[in-house]
Ligand binder design. Sequence first.
Ligand code: RP5
Length: 163
Amino acid sequence: MKKAAVIMGSDSDLPVLEPAFKKFKEFGIPFEAHVMSAHRTPARACEFATNARNNGFGVIIAAAGKAAHLAGVLAAYTTLPVIGIPVKSSTLDGLDALLSTVQMPAGIPVATVAIDGAENAAILAVQIIALGDDALAEKLTKMKADMAAKVAEKDKQLQEKFS
Ligand code: RP5
């Protein structure tokens, strides 16, 4: 199975990424997590992204806050899909990171999830890896069915409360 990479601009982003690690463990996805920065270690970010496909990765998640260029820089050096997580780590509440991550120029896409949206980033990464893995796709189908069942149960409780 292809690995997922979770790259964060700083170790201060780590708590935001816990839901992604949890999801990968639930789905049995092999992953590596690294701290590297588009600004503080640009050469390392370039080197990682350039070699990521040959190193067995199928998708890269990049989380960064403030002037968040990490996802875009990684995407510039790879043809792997890159998922950007804008991190809320400044006085601008993540809006700065959201705009920096999502507003990519044509030719270099970054699939941007919500501010601090690590769980969805991981699910999207699983969906990408599942393109070539029917057993994994089956687990995703079950996850959606479980979610639907939970919503149906909540609706049932609401109906009981008001009846
Ligand atoms: C960004 O700046 C990082 O991704 C982090 O969200 C933010 C603050 O970094 P630190 O100053 O905490 O290292 O590059």
